[in-house]
Design a protein around this ligand. Structure first.
Ligand code: 5GP
Ligand code: ZN
Length: 136
């Protein structure tokens, strides 16, 4: 199902034109308009889901199989040196468009981009606490 006011629904379903790298009955893969690096692309499901949790499991599986295929294709064609898959859920995690998408980000030596975090230094007790909280 499409969501009326969703820009990625409109792009995924061809109502708004996009630079499309791949399309099938469930997904469209497009070039990102604000790319982190040359060749940065997005996998969009054609049916609306706000995020990973709302996307049906079979679509999640297909999206990541497609991510592998697209990463291989883009790597070969653009001769990049590495590849990041990024998938943001929620504003706190950097999601700006509330329609599930997977970022395909080719990486080049010295491309100057940072898709990174500052490693923490938790104590053994803190790590044990996290483990217990998640498993409990
Ligand atoms: P998020 O921050 O939600 O994970 O990523 C949203 C991405 O969508 C950003 O990288 C942004 O550049 C891209 N984007 C936003 N609007 C458009 C658009 O209209 N067309 C395309 N191709 N990309 C878009
Ligand atoms: Zn949508």
């Amino acid at each position: 199902m499409k969501k009326d006011d969703c820009i990625f629904c409109k792009i995924a379903n061809g109502e708004i034109p996009s630079r499309t790298l791949y399309e099938d009955e469930s997904f469209r893969v497009i070039l990102d308009l604000g790319p982190a690096t040359r060749g940065h692309a997005l996998i969009l499901p054609k049916d609306h889901a706000d995020n990973l949790y709302e996307l049906p499991e079979e679509k999640v599986a297909s999206a990541f199989v497609l991510a592998k295929k697209m990463a291989q294709l883009i790597s070969k064609k653009l001769a990049c040196d590495g590849f990041n898959l990024v998938q943001n859920n929620g504003e706190a995690a950097g999601q700006t468009v509330s329609h599930f998408h997977v970022h395909l980000i080719p990486r080049y030596k010295d491309d100057g981009q940072k898709i990174n975090w500052v490693p923490g230094e938790p104590s053994a007790e803190e790590l044990d606490g996290v483990l217990e909280q998640i498993l409990r």
